[in-house]
Design a protein around this ligand. Structure first.
Ligand SMILES: *[C@@H]1O[C@H](CO)[C@@H](O)[C@H](O)[C@H]1NC(C)=O
Ligand SMILES: *[C@@H]1O[C@H](CO)[C@@H](O)[C@H](O)[C@H]1NC(C)=O
Ligand SMILES: [Zn+2]
Length: 307
């Protein structure tokens, strides 16, 4: 009797752990919940095994300054709209009226906003998708745009430069960020997957740093960070993070995946660069060092003495 048990047990584990399912994040994968984790996404869609995938780790000393990466023009970003926020089983997503656009910023065309969503950790722990010199921030906002000539994302994704995503990092702050109250408060009503609720008045401007703080950013070409992983995205990652308190960050971990487990660590691991160059805008990184240099010179010349 004994010798039979092991093969039977192995056979049943094998079946359970290899059954193909929907894609999932690593935090969702257990032998009881058989889904395709990030290392198997290429089974769901071969694009996910491509050479130019996102997210990536940005090594700042290997970035190259590109003077063409000028400040963005944000149009109608201050437009107040009534939106629907939805728990789609992978994230929370808000559709945006296609009236808000971006241009400049070294983009080849004007792009209009389509939706925004977030990626986060567990109770305010590491959760961003992109990392900077290996540092993972607690959360990352993606505002997804498509070239203004397109009417839907599917069409835009067929164009290698069809989609532009603006990525913003979050950092823990001591006080709550009141501009995020509408979003944070709405989360309590959409804990379950496939539920939604209205945001009565919201604007993109209120969610991101002020315009003068958006001149320092990184740029590279990559993909969507969820299946189908289409390589049609011009990525922008802003250096300046958005502040949120620990309590605000924690509320995201109260959301639930389809199976009722906490929706946590909703990020794809960083992907190989495969020879891609990451660029930085003229004012990224350099800003800090030139300020320091000027301060040093001023001190040396005795210019910084209090009057
Ligand atoms: C929101 O949920 C309602 C039902 O509760 C549904 O009719 C509607 O289509 C949903 N909206 C979105 C955008 O998912
Ligand atoms: C935003 O910019 C202002 C002035 O340009 C500066 O005082 C402030 O520190 C910046 N905020 C952040 C978060 O960098
Ligand atoms: Zn995203």
């Amino acid at each position: 009797m004994q010798p039979l048990i092991l093969p039977v047990l192995l056979a049943s584990l094998w079946t359970v752990c290899t059954r193909a399912g929907d894609w999932c994040y690593q935090s969702q994968f257990t032998c009881d919940h058989q889904c395709n984790g990030p290392d198997k996404w290429n089974h769901a869609n071969s694009n996910c095994g491509g050479k130019y995938q996102s997210p990536i780790n940005i090594v700042t000393r290997k970035t190259l300054t590109d003077e063409r990466l000028t400040p963005f023009q944000f149009n109608n970003y201050q437009q107040i709209f009534r939106g629907t926020i939805k728990n789609n089983g992978h994230t929370v997503v808000v559709g945006v009226p296609h009236l808000s656009t971006i241009s400049g910023g070294g983009l080849p065309s004007t792009y209009k906003a389509v939706q925004f969503h977030l990626h986060w950790g567990k109770n305010g722990g590491p959760g961003s998708e992109h990392t900077i010199d290996g540092e993972q921030y607690p959360m990352e906002l993606h505002i997804v745009h498509m070239k203004s000539q397109y009417n839907d994302l599917t069409t835009a994704l067929a164009d290698q430069e069809g989609v532009a995503v603006l990525g913003f990092f979050y950092e823990k702050s001591n006080s709550a960020n009141r501009k995020y109250d509408p979003i944070i408060n709405s989360l309590r009503s959409i804990k379950a997957t496939n539920t939604n609720t209205s945001l009565l008045s919201i604007s993109l401007t209120q969610l991101i740093p002020s315009e003068q703080n958006l001149t320092a950013y990184y740029r590279y070409k990559g993909s969507l960070t969820t299946p189908g992983c289409t390589e049609a995205v011009i990525w922008t990652l802003f250096e300046n993070p958005i502040p949120l308190s620990m309590d605000q960050l924690r509320v995201f971990s109260e959301l639930k995946f389809h199976d009722g487990n906490p929706m946590v660590e909703t990020f794809r691991p960083v992907q190989p660069l495969n020879g891609r160059q990451v660029f930085r805008s003229g004012s990224a990184v350099i800003l800090a060092s030139s300020a320091l240099l000027i301060a040093t010179i001023a001190t040396a010349l005795g210019l910084s003495q209090p009057n």
